[in-house]
Design a protein around this ligand. Sequence first.
Ligand SMILES: NC(=O)c1ccc[n+]([C@@H]2O[C@H](COP(=O)([O-])OP(=O)(O)OC[C@H]3O[C@@H](n4cnc5c(N)ncnc54)[C@H](O)[C@@H]3O)[C@@H](O)[C@H]2O)c1
Length: 355
Amino acid sequence: MKLETTYKSNNYPIIVEHQAIDHLHQFIKDYEDVVLVVDEHVNHNWHELLDFITSENNAHKLIIPSGETTKTLSFYEKTIESLLAKQLTRDTCLVAVGGGAAGDFTGFLAATLLRGVDFIQVPTTILAHDSSVGGKVGINSKHGKNLIGAFYRPKAVIYDLNFLETLPYTEILSGYAEVYKHALLNDITSVKNIETQYPNKQALASLKDIEYFLFKGIETKLNIIVQDEKESNVRKYLNLGHTFGHAVEYQFKIPHGHAVMIGIIYQFIVSNIILSTHFDISHYIQYLKALNYPLDVIHSLEFDSLYELMLKDKKNDQQGVQMVLLNAIGNPQVKHVDKATLSQAFDILSSHFEK
Ligand SMILES: NC(=O)c1ccc[n+]([C@@H]2O[C@H](COP(=O)([O-])OP(=O)(O)OC[C@H]3O[C@@H](n4cnc5c(N)ncnc54)[C@H](O)[C@@H]3O)[C@@H](O)[C@H]2O)c1
C-alpha cells in the first residue's frame, strides 16, 4: 500500500507493506554516502537483513542506543561529530531504522548535518506509523521532551511490517494508543471496526490485519498535517489524550502510549462534564483492561502535581490549560478547561479505580 503527501511541493511517498524494505535500494542508490542509523534492539533482531542492505548499498551502519537515551544533546554531539569525521558531503542520506526515538533523532541529525542532508524513515514500531510521518524531528532538553528540533520532511517513509514480528507486547500497546486515537479522530465506524478486530490482548498481540489500521491511521494524520504542517490549528487535534497523558508519562516514566490511553479516558470525562457528551467511561476502561494495559499507575496519581505539569503543555495560552476534546467521535475541538473541571474529572477517573 502506498500513500503520498499532498503538500504543494517536496512530497514524499509512504510505503506500508510486508517486505517494503525491498524498495529502499531505489531511494538510496544514487547518493555518494548512505548511513543507516539503527536502534540497538532492531539491530539485535534484524542484523542479517541490515548487514545485507549495508553491503549491497556500500553504506555505513551506525548503531544507537534504544529509546530516549538517544534523544539527548550529549549523544547528538557525539554522533554528529563522528559523522563529520567521516568527511561526508551534502550528497549523503541518513536512514533511520527504529521506532519514534530513532526517527526523531536521525531526522534531527539530518536537518542539522552540513545544514541539512536527506533522510529516510524506516519505522519498526507500531507507534512510528505516527512519528515517521509529518516531519517533526528532534531531541529532548532538560526542560522537557522534544524541545530541540525542527520541521524536516523525510524523502520517503518505508514501513516494512515484518519488523513488527519482534516487537514486545508492551510496545504494541504503546503504539496501539496512537492507532486508536486516529480512529477516534476519524469516525464511529473506525472505532467500532478497530474494537471488533482487537477485542482483547490475544487478538491485538496477533497483529492480524494491522496493515489496514496502520494505513488508516497514517491517512488520518496525513489529512491533518497537509492542512497545518506547523501546528497552528488543526494539527493540535493529534494531541488528543496528550495533555493529561504527557503529564502522567513525564511523572511516572511509563511508555508514551500507555499514558496517552489514560489521557484519552480523562479527556472523555472532561468532555462529559463541559460538553455534556455521554461517553460511556466504563466501556473504555473495560476495553483497556481487556487489552491488558497496565493501569495500576492510576492508583498513584495525584492531582496537584499532574496539574502543575498540565500547565506546561505546549497548547496552553495565557488563559490556562487547553485540551483537545471530542464533541463526538470524529469531531474534535480545542477548548480551555479550568482547574475546577480538571480536578472534578480527576476525581471521577480515580473513582472508577477504587477497590
Ligand atoms: N515526531 C513525531 O511526530 C512523534 C510523534 C509521536 C511520538 N514521537 C516520539 O516517538 C518516540 C516513541 O516512539 P516508539 O514508541 O517507537 O519508541 P522507541 O523508538 O523508543 O522504541 C520502543 C522500544 O522498542 C524497541 N524496538 C523498536 N523496534 C523494534 C522491533 N522491531 N523489534 C523489537 N524491539 C524494537 C526499541 O529499541 C525501544 O526499546 C518518543 O521519543 C516520542 O517523543 C514523535
